[in-house]
Design a protein around this ligand. Sequence first.
Ligand SMILES: [Zn+2]
Length: 445
Amino acid sequence: MTRTLIRNAAIVTMDTQGDLPVGDILVTGDTIAAIAPHIGADDAQVVDASGCIIIPGLINAHMHTWQTALRGLAANWTLLEYFRRMHAGLATVFEPEDLRIATEMGALNQLNCGTTTLADWCHNNPTPEHNDAAIEGLLASGIRAAFFHGTPKPDPKPGQAPFWEVPHPRAETERLLRAHQGQSLLSIQAAILGPHYSTLEVALHDFRMARELGLIASMHQGGGPARTSDGWERLEEAGLLGDNINIVHGHALSDTQLERFCSLGMSFSAAAESEMTQGHGHPLTGRLRMLGRAPSLGVDLESVISGDMLTQARVALGMQRSLDNFAYREMHGSIPPTSTITTREALAWVTVEGARMLKQSHRIGSLAPGKQADLVLVRATDLNMQPVHDAVNTVVMQASLANIDSVMVAGHWKKRGGQLLGVDLAPGIAKLAASGRKIAAALAP
Ligand SMILES: [Zn+2]
């Protein structure tokens, strides 16, 4: 079994054991064997990480990776334009190969940016071939992934039931589960419509399906009026709410609902930058914090914003501090004496909270013996990083893609010395660009 000893780095574990100003991490196979100030392991391959800060691999809890070839295209669209032009327009011309290349290149970019786990929320998959192609892309990239199997949202066609009346295709979910049983880096989960985007009958069906199949059920909440206004009450009456339920966005939920959902163990994913730019409303970070909880974060849409999760953490932190500072000034007429949210909380949103959302806290999201060796070496000797007074502050507030030196997933290096390993990017980028041109040409003026 391969043994790798990473030496002499500042280590931010995000675990109860705390951080090390300088220390070593021993990786055996796919697992962290030890973290200590000094580890002796003569048989291990030694990597000198002097000058680096090691953090847990980042977790992107919500992204529609199928939109990678449309990067920036929707940058000035509100949510209403996005629904019309993306879901009812561009999405309808995707062929399986478009999903494969977008998903592979989008996932590779996640690795490049320090994301080791991607929740790929795939809802542009009208045929099984589209699903297979997207999953092929995830597997080819080598990232740890949860494939959230969703359904497309085209405009209703004459003679066809509109998407909100169509139950989640259980047979296809079961086919995917059978096909990918036992994959170490891939799980299949459910991206359902939820009560905001479907009838009550469909929501009940989909929640039951997820529970019976043991899946996380993730759904968008928000963006116009709900299809089923009392859906959450009915779902709770049916006993279908629990820790496998993940709400994305959710800004319009009432305080009572949020409190109830937190007490039921449900998870929340915010896409702060996407929500701010598209007109959703304020992300849930602060309201969850009042309840002693925190969201995971997702990029949501590379058709709108950058895929870099450190940027997401920083944007969400700045947004919530702005809201908190404003509220304090309104109440007291002065600048608050201290900050509410810390940089460490922001780092937790993109690590431990992502693991919680995926029900993988025992395996990923923090660095500790026995956990999966998913980690990132952030080069702290660079011009934009020195001097380092506080490793977490530096990572959250100063670091960018330019400083992501090395990335390990399950004990395997995916990036070293600033370069992705084992992949020739040029042909993939060319295919991605060709796919993007083809799809964009279908956009009505
Ligand atoms: Zn989304």
